[in-house]
Design a binder for this molecule. Structure first.
Ligand code: WT7
Length: 672
């Protein structure tokens, strides 16, 4: 490794100068207070929000993380009532920010853009909330959302929050099967979507996917009663190479069930009294992959999530009132929830909402947009950085990026090479980089450096955010002090931690709290260096992280074995230069199965259809036998070695038949 990669980079004085937190001493003092006196630390923050029923200070924070002492629970500000949409919209309008821009919307095509002020956003949220109410949506009901990056997506979420409905977004890149499974699991009777969206030069027919999902649900006995569809395609510019709009606008609508957004929303009243929610009432749920079985519906609650998303946004991005912030994440992921919608709006921020891709119309779209809106904070994923750094530097340098002050990264560990490119080329060695470690479950950032405080080490996540107490444990649950490597766990909840898994608290306790009593287990490994920096080393369970999309090996394996030609499948993660990791699949054929191009094509199509395009396997290897222990357990450790052609496989004495290993090395496919 070049010595540069072990360098420490100090925040630039221009970043430190006006930062909310600008010295190590200040960070330490605030951090100490957040742990020693969480009631006071978070209480002062909570005071900046509106509570309809005031917070009872005697009942500010309670939790149990130890299964041996009873059920797991976390409660913050229990008994107080509030409304998140009221705090994000009405409160900002009342504070004199009604005419401030909440979002600059930048379409897929550069000719398409618009803006929305706080005042207008509030009106539109109220209108849509009234539409939902008229359709019978009540407090506690789930609303499934399958939408592109358009303003109506934000409006939908906040309209749900306004009336106490629980939104359940599904990333509009998931297949109809995946969407159906999620609609079914959360028993949503209302769906909100759009007719379609252009992503680069590709057209996604979202309503068609919803139709397939709804059909699948009714076969399983669950009927969706209302599907509200934003008519989006006819108001945007299609790419030159795209199919003319007339041919694409064949969205079939089922009378009674399907309604156009544009036909119902403009008629609705622009005021809607907020539903006052308990601090511990659910705000939304969001599915994430589990290492076994079906996806987990992570539940976030009202009060704690709101103040945590707000506080992490403020400090981690060092957001100031005149800044323009841009997070490129899709709204369908937790990053989109916390850092495109809830965190920024809670701070009265101005954000960019971007519909397109980094590659359209040219590979410099990100930098064009940064320049266009004079973006001050830019938040993206390592996989995007690695893709963009392969293009000519000129694509970056020809744009004026001098407005940038804070850069951030999320989704997977960022490799030092990508970090340095980001730092030098995009940030001109002037911007601080926050490598934010967190999870769908954590609700907001839990490990990061703060832009005005911490010297940065490329690849290190850094330090705990306020209120977060990370611990490293060894296999036996013994705490590792000082330098060392182990399981990354947390000893107590911060306000934004999920409270349960939808409809399955047992699975919540089992997944996150059973391995090490007293701790929330992230499923990631981490090491602590001599300076106290935490470096996240990756998953310790059977999960894959492909371009920041987390999925389980079990999920992909079960889809592969659905094919009549496949008897058994084992999937492992293989490092990939751009995606971070990719899928390497081993399949054992059935007697009738034939390993040929047709099969490979069918398997790939099947995975796209059942999970989504991001789950497409990179390599599929024919494995007449898999390396198994005498008790029949597949030794994935060995498969991971075969995937990277590393013959240093270690101890294979527990295998039932060790000759399998050599066979698999010898038969690695040409594209592996
Ligand atoms: C998993 C969570 C949080 C939003 C995006 C993904 C990995 C995430 C980092 C980082 C190292 C990271 C972990 C984690 N991860 N950010 N900065 N450094 N690893 O949310 O889909 O719930 O995935 O992503 O493995 O457990 P998610």
């Amino acid at each position: 490794m070049p010595s540069e990669e072990s360098h420490v980079f100090h925040p630039h004085p221009s970043v430190t100068k006006n930062a909310y937190v600008n010295s190590m001493a200040q960070y330490q003092q605030m951090y100490k207070k957040s742990l020693e006196n969480p009631d006071e630390f978070w209480g002062e923050i909570a005071k900046q929000f509106h509570w309809e029923t005031p917070i009872d200070n005697r009942n500010f924070f309670r939790f149990n993380f130890d299964l041996t002492k009873g059920p797991i629970f976390t409660k913050w500000m229990d008994g107080a009532t509030t409304n998140v949409s009221y705090n994000l919209l009405d409160r900002n309008v009342r504070n004199g920010n009604g005419d401030k821009v909440a979002y600059y919307w930048e379409g897929n095509h550069p000719d398409d853009y618009s803006r929305l002020t706080y005042k207008k956003l509030l009106e539109e949220v109220c209108q849509f909330a009234n539409v939902l109410k008229a359709r019978g949506v009540k407090k506690g009901d789930r609303v499934a959302v399958y939408m592109p990056m358009i303003l109506e997506a934000v409006i939908t979420l906040l309209a749900c929050a306004r009336i106490g409905a629980v939104h359940s977004l599904v990333f509009a890149g998931f297949s109809s099967d995946s969407f159906a499974e999620r609609i079914y699991d959360c028993e949503a009777r209302v769906i909100v979507t759009a007719d379609g969206v252009w992503r680069g030069e590709k057209l996604l027919q979202l309503k068609t996917i919803c139709d397939q999902a709804m059909a699948k649900c009714s076969k399983d006995g669950h009927n969706v009663e209302t599907c509200i569809v934003v008519s989006h395609l006819e108001r945007v510019t299609a790419p030159k190479s795209g199919v003319p709009h007339k041919q694409t606008n064949k969205t079939p609508m089922i009378p009674g069930r399907d309604v156009w957004w544009q036909e119902v929303v403009p008629q609705a009243s622009t005021s809607c009294y907020p539903e006052w929610m308990q601090a511990e009432d659910p705000l939304f749920m969001l599915y994430t992959s589990g290492s076994t079985g079906k996806p987990k519906g992570v539940v976030h609650t009202t009060g704690g999530y709101m103040i945590y998303a707000a506080t992490t946004f403020k400090y981690v991005f060092d957001y100031k009132p005149n800044d323009v912030y841009w997070c490129t994440a899709d709204i369908g992921w937790i990053t989109g929830h916390s850092y495109v919608v809830y965190g920024p709006l809670a701070n009265g921020a101005t954000s960019v909402l971007f519909e397109g891709t980094p590659f359209y119309p040219e590979n410099d779209r990100f930098w064009t947009v940064v320049d266009k809106y004079k973006v001050t904070q830019f938040y993206t994923a390592p996989t995007a950085i690695r893709t963009l750094m392969k293009f000519d530097d000129h694509l970056v340098t020809k744009h004026d990026l001098s407005s940038l002050r804070v850069l951030a990264s999320v989704g997977e560990p960022i490799n030092p090479e990508a970090w340095l490119w980001y730092y030098k080329l995009v940030g001109h060695q002037r911007c601080s980089i926050a490598d934010t470690f967190w999870q769908t479950e954590t609700g907001g950032h839990v490990l990061t450096t703060l832009p005005g405080v911490h010297p940065m080490k490329p690849g290190a996540a850094g330090f705990p955010f306020f209120g977060v107490e990370p611990v490293l444990l060894d296999e036996n649950g013994k705490v590792i002090k000082g330098e060392g490597e182990g399981y990354l766990v947390f000893a107590r909840p911060w306000p934004g931690l999920m409270r349960t898994l939808y409809g399955n608290h047992d699975r919540y306790e089992l997944t996150y709290f059973s391995k090490f009593p007293g701790y929330y287990c992230t499923g990631d490994g981490a090491k602590r260096d001599a300076d106290g920096y935490l470096w996240v080393t990756g998953r310790v369970d059977d999960m894959l992280n492909v371009s920041g999309h987390l999925m389980s090996t079990a999920e992909v394996e079960s889809v592969l074995t659905e094919h009549h030609g496949v008897a058994e499948a084992a999937v492992v993660a293989k490092p990939h230069p751009v995606k971070g990791e990719c899928l390497y699949c081993f399949i054992t054929l059935t007697e009738t199965g034939k390993f040929d191009d047709k099969l490979l094509q069918e398997l790939k199509t099947h995975i796209r259809g059942r999970i989504g395009p991001f789950a497409q396997p990179e390599v599929i290897q024919n494995a007449p036998a898999l390396p198994k222990t005498r008790s029949g357990k597949i030794m994935r450790r060995i498969l991971r070695k075969i995937a990277v052609n590393d013959r240093d496989v270690g101890d294979i004495s527990t295998l039932a038949d060790s000759s399998v290993v050599e066979q698999l090395f010898a038969s690695r496919p040409a594209n592996a």
